[in-house]
Design a protein around this ligand. Structure first.
Ligand SMILES: C[S@@+](CC[C@H](N)C(=O)[O-])C[C@H]1O[C@@H](n2cnc3c(N)ncnc32)[C@H](O)[C@@H]1O
Length: 293
């Protein structure tokens, strides 16, 4: 490992990875890696899921969540996912030597996450929890984690009623006997029929999250706009706006990064009749908690 002294900063030469500045406040990346991630889009093609993971209808790839965790934390820091699903973010955090807590309302998904974590030998605390993220305070208290301030949040809430939509993809899942609803629980955000109510209740959960994140901590929400009943509901944009207007608990919106899905098959939607797009991208919204600004 060579070190090179410039005027003030002593960079650490990490070979192919580039040069690391020990004064880097945010992450363990070199300048070269930092610049690469700063591009406003990326492509991720998830590898085929194992049998039990396919059960969950809306997983994000570990490779994607790993990139975010690597950028927004250093080793040993704490990551939170309030909509855990089958545990992708916890697996990613564990493999990167971060500590992490995930909260999932659905018993079935929680059990899959628990199983996936059990077979790994993580050196850090990787803690899945069953419950609603509205009760995050009680959940953290019950795990004796109420003194933790999380360094970073990465999550993907239900995309409003997307799972219920009678789209071609959902029909295909139904025919295979796979889930088209997360749960029948009233606290499940995915069961809120009214769009405005969904936006409000989602924001209430992120108020709770706000309280357990450190000042200057970042949060990434992966979501999308939704085409439903012949019009586009700007869920990603409304999520961005709603979280920035919460009075004392307002998140600061910093950017969007677009996940391009160039591995999805094109479906004949509205063909010869009217515009219906093949939506092959998702939004990764980047927020920061800036209390003292
Ligand atoms: C889009 S999925 C998350 C998928 C996850 N990122 C993965 O890769 O498996 C959203 C999850 O939020 C859960 N959920 C819905 N309402 C919740 C709530 N109030 N508290 C905690 N989890 C909730 C659903 O059961 C669902 O598994």
């Amino acid at each position: 490992m060579k070190t090179k002294t410039t005027k003030k900063t002593k960079y650490i030469d990490l070979g192919e990875r580039g040069k690391y500045n020990p004064k880097n406040k945010l992450n363990d990346l070199t300048g070269k890696e930092w610049i690469k991630f700063s591009k406003s889009w990326f492509i991720h093609r998830p590898i085929r899921r194992k049998e039990n993971e396919i059960l969950h209808p809306a997983k994000f790839p570990e490779s994607l969540v790993k990139e975010f965790i690597r950028f927004f934390t250093k080793e040993n820091q704490w990551v939170l996912d309030p909509f855990l699903g089958t545990g992708s973010s916890l697996i990613a955090a564990g493999e990167l030597n971060r500590n992490a807590v995930g909260i999932e309302l659905g018993k079935k998904y929680y059990s899959i996450a628990e199983e996936r974590i059990k077979v790994k030998d993580f050196s850090k605390s990787i803690i899945p929890s069953l419950g609603s993220s509205l009760d995050i305070d009680e959940i953290l208290k019950s795990k004796k984690l109420n003194n933790i301030k999380f360094d970073y949040v990465v999550t993907s809430p239900p995309y409003w009623n997307q799972l219920e939509r009678n789209s071609l993809r959902q029909k295909a899942r139904k025919e295979k006997g796979l889930d088209t609803q997360y749960s029948i629980d009233d606290e499940d955000l995915g069961n809120i029929k009214n769009y405005e109510k969904f936006i409000k209740n989602q924001a209430k959960i992120f108020d709770k999250v706000y309280d357990v994140v450190k000042d200057k901590g970042y949060m990434t929400i992966i979501t999308n706009n939704i085409y439903y009943k012949s019009k586009l509901f700007p869920l990603a944009f409304d999520t961005a706006v709603s979280l920035t207007k919460r009075g004392a608990k307002s998140w600061v919106l910093k950017d969007e990064k677009i996940w391009l899905q160039d591995d999805k098959p094109l479906i004949a939607l509205g063909i010869n009749n009217a515009w219906v797009g093949n939506r092959h991208h998702q939004y990764c919204l980047i927020f920061r908690k800036e209390e003292n600004e």
